[in-house]
Design a protein around this ligand. Structure first.
Ligand SMILES: Nc1nc2c(ncn2[C@@H]2O[C@H](COP(=O)(O)OP(=O)(O)O)[C@@H](O)[C@H]2O)c(=O)[nH]1
Ligand SMILES: [Mg+2]
Length: 357
């Protein structure tokens, strides 16, 4: 039985290496300058290639990615970065599709990024997203990209920020980022956006869940979705409950009382209000200096994130270190000793190994 499993695993891995080799070959075909030209001329195929490059963890790709990011840096930072969260099924993809089209109708360019789909609990909805955003995808001024997470040593690799930089350099005015509506992806998105929008469905008691999970503290704007004539009263009750709940939460931004809007993403109702409210919010933050202040904090967080990523990838270089990592992790999970003790033992081993080189 074990041999059959091993054989199966071997063949699966062999099959997997073929597309990886193709991707590698494809990426190396383009020079940094070609990619930058492609980005700046709005060539969607080359924008996608550049994104694949910054998502890659291979050392030689990282060198090229850092070079590319450094060169496009002066052309970044000019978009409105919007994070959209809510439980699966709340209507995030539907909202993004129709809101995106509304923004495009105002003469703007819109990029859509979906965070972390590969580790999502609801993988199916990501496939669904693609079909549901078909109308938006047809727009010349829209670019849609799911960005995968490729965890290494259990880390949550996420290059959504870098992907966003590429989209900004390509002239996209609005970057709409959909979270998978669970746990860590929300924090990641809240950490890199200017506006964090919470899509809520009527009732369901998830306003309490939202508070528990700390979402309410990250939110700038709430949109109660799927509201029609039949449930308008219920929606208003939900709004009242939410507003009461919000009273207990310290305001994230001075002078900004979190608006609770009602509407329907599917039927294009209330989306114009969201657009106007986002504009007001950004305007307020720019006037108070908070806009820049928050972006500085976000850059610091990205720095910390990459320090961890690069340390982890240094570890990967040595088989012995990786083995030790798994050994200590196993000790921690099997409660052989305290997880923090195991972590300390591992890091000490890693550092002494590094010093020997
Ligand atoms: N009735 C109604 N259905 C909606 C509305 N918005 C989204 N939906 C439906 O809700 C389902 C889930 O939407 P989806 O956008 O995939 O949610 P997500 O998982 O949050 O991305 C789909 O069948 C949508 O058509 C709305 O405003 N009204
Ligand atoms: Mg979705």
């Amino acid at each position: 039985m074990k041999t059959i499993l091993n054989l199966l695993l071997y063949h699966c891995l062999r099959l997997l290496t073929i597309p990886i080799l193709i991707i590698n070959f494809e990426l190396m075909k383009f020079s940094t300058e070609e990619l930058i030209d492609g980005i700046q001329s709005g060539n969607k195929r080359l924008i996608a290639k550049a994104i694949t490059l910054v998502e890659s963890k291979k050392a030689e790709h990282r060198v090229q990615a850092e070079d590319l990011l450094k060169k496009i840096m002066p052309f970044t930072g000019n978009s409105v970065r919007v994070g959209v969260t809510g439980v699966p099924g709340a209507g995030k993809s539907t909202f993004i599709e129709n809101f995106g089209r509304l923004v495009i109708a105002q003469g703007k360019k819109v990029a859509v990024l979906a965070i972390d789909p590969s580790s999502a609990i609801n993988k199916g909805s990501i496939l669904g997203d693609k079909t549901r955003m078909e109308e938006l995808a047809k727009e010349e001024n829209a670019f849609i990209r799911p960005s995968p997470s490729s965890g290494f040593l259990g880390g949550v690799a996420n290059t959504t920020f870098e992907t966003m930089m590429i989209c900004e350099a390509a002239g996209y005015d609005y970057i709409l980022i959909e979270t998978v509506g669970v746990g860590q992806s929300e924090v990641l998105v809240a950490d890199i956006t200017d506006v964090f929008l919470f899509l809520k469905i009527i009732g369901g008691g998830d306003e309490l869940q939202g508070i528990k999970r700390g979402i309410m503290e990250m939110v700038d704007l709430i949109f109660i979705n799927k509201v029609d004539q039949d449930n308008l009263q219920k929606a208003k009750n939900t709004r009242l409950e939410l507003k009461r709940a919000l009273d207990f939460i310290p305001p994230k931004e001075k002078g900004w009382k979190i608006p609770v809007l009602l509407g329907s993403a599917l039927h294009n109702e209330g989306l114009q209000d969201v657009y106007g409210t986002i504009f007001e919010f950004i305007d307020l933050k720019k006037k108070t200096g908070r806009f820049e202040e928050i972006r500085v904090l976000q850059a610091e967080k990205r720095f910390e994130y990459w320090v961890q990523e690069y340390i982890l990838s240094l570890m990967k270089k040595s088989n012995a270190v990786e083995e030790a990592y798994h050994m200590h992790k196993k000790n921690a999970s099997a409660m052989v000793s305290n997880p923090s003790t195991e972590a300390k033992l591992f890091v000490e081993k890693f550092l002494s190994n590094e010093n020997r080189d």
